[in-house]
Design a protein around this ligand. Structure first.
Ligand code: GTP
Ligand code: MG
Length: 196
């Protein structure tokens, strides 16, 4: 089934912890440069709601974007800062850890974390740690493969099987460039919302 979501409005709603409470939250996590900000833009069909960059480490704060849809309750899409870029000094990564841990722990509005991994790469320690961190909360994790437009068909099959084997999790294959997989992400988001 395809899921056509009509976006009424999408706007920046402030950085954590200054967002207004009360809306269900859907977070996008993953290595720096994996395509978190681009995916959010594509999901809401806005070219530059969220700033993206060729340089890793663009997003350093936890930014909330309120999305109003036609026929569904409003939600927050939450852009988490990327981790794991080589130039980040130790303090940056410990700031990342404590900021993200503070955001996740005890956050009952957080429904689902999209964990992004570049389709061409394997899961590393950081992804496994994040999966464990979220397993101890009521939120769910969805593994999302990004930049599939960079792979030919056979390579896509091969990499999907590899990531599936490695994680044992369902994998949603996406491209922010072509729009592949956006309907599936929306379906997962809407499935967690109360009917309205
Ligand atoms: N080909 C292709 N490039 C992509 C895709 N998604 C993102 N990119 C590119 O990858 C780079 C990083 O994208 P961002 O969305 O800024 O990545 P990010 O995960 O938000 O990065 P940080 O904010 O540093 O954590 C940019 O040059 C994007 O244009 C995709 O689906 N296909
Ligand atoms: Mg970003």
């Amino acid at each position: 089934m395809t899921m056509k979501v009509k976006i009424h409005d999408a706007l920046f709603a402030g950085p954590f912890p200054h967002q207004k409470p009360g809306l269900p939250q859907f977070a996008f996590a993953g290595r720096s440069n994996v395509g978190k900000s681009s995916l959010i833009n594509r999901l809401v069909s806005r070219k530059s709601l969220v700033k993206t960059s060729k340089l890793p480490g663009k997003t350093q704060a936890i930014n909330f974007f309120r999305v109003d849809m036609v026929g569904h309750p409003s939600v927050y899409l939450v852009d988490l800062p990327g981790y794991g870029y080589a130039k980040a000094p130790k303090e940056v990564s410990s700031t990342w850890n404590s900021l993200v841990a503070r955001y996740i722990s005890g956050n009952n509005d957080l429904k689902l974390v999209m964990l992004l991994v570049d389709m061409r790469r394997d899961l590393k320690d950081e992804e496994c740690l994040l999966i464990d961190l979220i397993r101890n909360t009521p939120a769910k994790v969805l593994l999302v493969g990004t930049k599939v437009d960079k792979l030919g068909y056979e390579e896509q099959q091969r990499r999907s099987a590899a990531l599936l084997g490695q994680s044992g999790m369902e994998l949603v294959i996406t491209s922010a460039q072509t729009g592949t997989g956006m309907d599936i992400i929306w379906k997962h988001i809407l499935d967690t919302l109360p009917r309205g």
